[in-house]
Design a protein around this ligand. Structure first.
Ligand SMILES: Cc1cc2nc3c(=O)[nH]c(=O)nc-3n(C[C@H](O)[C@H](O)[C@H](O)COP(=O)(O)O)c2cc1C
Length: 202
């Protein structure tokens, strides 16, 4: 009997570890675990920047719905809680957003974008715009001939004109679709439905 309890305990312990790996602390969305993503090599890449896990949850949901691949934009210098304090005008994020030329460095870029026709670009809204690191990404990779679709999470303001601002950083060969913004309280289902409604020409 003791042995059976020990085996059961060990099993529950292992389960709790594997769940913990997928658990996320997104305060903004009603998603507690990252959805499973099975890629199909269908030419769709979900690129995301998510210093506080909300966009990460959304990006995984989109990739899961579309069987797309994922690429995370990681800053060379991670954003601390102080850096993300938008109540402080002098915090790093606020200073960057006041400077349209700020280009925070990215640790690594995707090896090759040639196999993707569509990129879904996911970011949090910062001061009504995309974080400057998204500009770094757009200016660092070859997007010739690709379709770009912006997707943003925010507390309340929505995607605003952030997609149009980003569009001005790319050349005319890039085809931008209208993106969407989702606000606090959105569910996995809301995001999945949006992803499935996209016209991806396949
Ligand atoms: C520097 C900064 C500026 C922000 N500006 C806005 C804003 O203008 N409008 C809004 O609704 N939310 C704003 N937010 C809230 C984020 O957009 C929202 O919490 C987002 O989902 C965070 O994504 P993440 O958890 O992946 O970092 C801001 C957050 C930060 C850190």
């Amino acid at each position: 009997m003791k042995k059976a309890f020990a085996v059961l305990f060990a099993f529950l312990f292992i389960c709790s570890i594997s769940f913990a790996e997928d658990a996320i602390s997104s305060a903004t969305l009603r998603i507690e675990h990252l959805p499973e993503v099975e890629t199909r090599g269908n030419g769709i890449l979900v690129v995301f920047f998510s210093p506080d896990d909300t966009v990460r949850a959304a990006a995984y949901t989109i990739a899961s719905a579309l069987s797309a691949e994922l690429f995370e934009i990681e800053p060379v210098e991670s954003y601390t809680a102080d850096d993300l304090n938008y109540f402080n005008n002098r915090s790093r994020s606020m200073v960057e957003m006041r400077d349209s030329l700020a280009r925070p460095e990215i640790t690594a870029l995707p090896d090759d974008l040639a196999s993707y026709h569509t990129i879904i670009l996911c970011y949090p809204v910062w001061g009504g715009q995309a974080p400057r690191i998204i500009s770094t990404f757009l200016e660092s990779v070859d997007l010739t001939g690709k379709t770009l679709i912006p997707f943003a999470t925010s507390n309340s303001s929505g995607i605003g004109n952030s997609g149009r601002t980003l569009q001005s950083l790319t050349d005319d060969s890039v085809s931008w679709q209208d993106g969407t913004g989702i606000r606090k309280g959105a569910s996995e289902e809301d995001i999945r439905l949006w992803a499935e409604s996209l016209d991806l020409g396949n």
